[in-house]
Design a protein around this ligand. Structure first.
Ligand code: ADP
Length: 413
């Protein structure tokens, strides 16, 4: 039995991808904003230097004034006001040993940046010990915010690119992986079912073969044995129902890939055309238009009869899906090294919740007597036995598309 796939690995991968995505976006934002932060620090330093120089000049003038006329409040005030205006200083404080003699000019206000400067004064400036100045930082604020906004815009644009491009590729790869994983799971499930049926059908096949051959022998010799008519009728009924069981078993064996095929060089377009030729009339009667697009494709090694069986199943399902007419499109093409046959109808489509079950043996939505649920299961077995695969694409109301892929030239018995 094929090894079973049980660990769903995608949840972790998705989380890792999301973490990686967040990490790269954060990295880009940091790298893009870093120059702005450096700029802010440089500008603050520059601003403080400017204020320090102004404070130095002020301290010298102050010492001159105090030396000439003592700490005269009026002359100091005039001098300080003039210097403050000339140097963009918004607040100035002369700190005296006795707090009562300290002088303040201007208003400290709410400043965004820490730009206050303190200068110790020499004894010649007594009674003042220290000079504190605070420069006007509005200009600094304007410059810094402009640079920040520009960098923020650049950072957002880069973050968006990083988020969209590589991560989109990663997401696509993950989605593709997820799809493959689900297909594998499905194939795994079908192969497990196949193993069960293979055992069962083997057990039924042999006794059934004996029963049918005896019944047919009896039917063939009914007249010479003088069997009554009602018994002959019963034999005919046993033969009919037994043959039906044998047919189902053949289907199950094909599904379980226990049938051996004789592979010959096969022209797939020929098989398609032959199949269409004998289904054309019933399709036309039902108002189903055929749209046949056969590209030139190389031959493959296959069992033409079995491929025909697959096509008959697909065509009949499409016809059943379009009881009031529609269009059946049949395409063949070469895709890389694969031969592809697509069978597409304009019927009601297949609901997503049953798409994973339509290849299961005995799954049918058709009324009793109309469907056995074996058509797609058998087709699946045949295509897989040729080393190919079969998939469905459909959304409700949009019709259904069955795609069969077979290896060009290849195929395994
Ligand atoms: P059956 O035809 O006997 O029901 P199949 O294995 O061929 O068995 O199909 C299984 C089920 O898949 C169908 O009963 C139907 O619900 C669905 N199905 C298959 N082909 C189509 C289609 N072309 N459009 C809509 N449903 C489909």
């Amino acid at each position: 039995m094929a090894p079973h796939i049980t660990t769903p690995p995608f949840h972790d991968l998705e989380q890792q991808a999301r973490r990686l995505q967040r990490f790269f976006v954060a990295l880009v934002v940091i790298v893009a904003l870093l120059p702005a932060v450096v700029f802010v620090f440089l500008e603050i330093g520059h601003h403080r230097n400017h204020s320090r120089q102004a404070a130095g000049r002020l301290a010298e003038s102050l010492i001159g004034h105090v030396g000439r006329s003592g700490p005269n409040r009026v002359t100091i005030s005039e001098m300080v006001q003039a210097e403050m205006g000339a140097n963009d200083i918004v607040f100035l404080r002369l700190v005296a040993a006795d707090a009562g003699h300290s002088l303040s000019f201007g208003a400290p206000g709410q400043r965004v940046f820490p730009t206050q400067i303190s200068v110790s004064l020499p004894p010649a400036a007594a009674p003042f010990l220290e000079l504190q100045v605070q420069g006007d930082d509005r200009d600094l604020l304007r410059r810094v915010s402009r640079v920040f906004v520009i960098h923020l815009l650049v950072a957002s644009a880069l973050a968006l690119i990083v988020y969209r491009l590589p991560m989109r590729a990663l997401r696509l790869a993950l989605d593709e992986g997820k799809r493959t994983y689900e297909e594998l799971l499905h194939a795994d499930k079908l192969s497990a079912i196949g193993e069960v049926y293979a055992g069962l059908t083997h057990e039924i096949n042999n006794p059934l073969g004996v029963i049918l051959s005896r019944v047919r022998l009896l039917r063939g010799t009914a007249a010479e044995r003088g069997l009554p008519a009602d018994l002959a009728e019963d034999l005919e009924m046993i033969d009919r129902h037994g043959s039906r069981i044998a047919e189902i078993i053949r289907g199950l064996l094909a599904f379980a890939r226990k049938t051996t095929f004789e592979l010959t060089e096969t022209d797939l377009n020929r098989v398609v055309a032959d199949t269409i030729s004998f289904l054309e009339t019933p399709f036309a009667k039902q108002g189903v238009r055929l749209n046949i697009l056969l590209e030139s494709i190389p031959p493959l090694r296959a069992s033409p009869d079995h491929l025909q069986q697959v096509l008959v199943n697909l065509f009949n399902n499409a016809r059943d899906a379009m009881p009031n007419g529609g269009t059946l499109t049949i395409r063949t093409r070469l895709n890389d090294r694969d031969l592809v046959v697509e069978v597409q109808d304009t019927g009601p489509g297949i609901a997503p919740e049953i798409q994973g079950r339509i290849f299961d043996p005995f799954f049918t939505t058709k009324p009793v007597g109309h469907g056995t649920g074996m058509g797609l299961a058998v087709s699946y077995g045949i295509v897989r036995a040729h080393g190919g695969d079969i998939e469905v694409e459909s959304s409700p109301g949009q019709g259904a598309l069955f795609r069969v892929r077979l290896a060009a030239g290849g195929g395994r018995p």
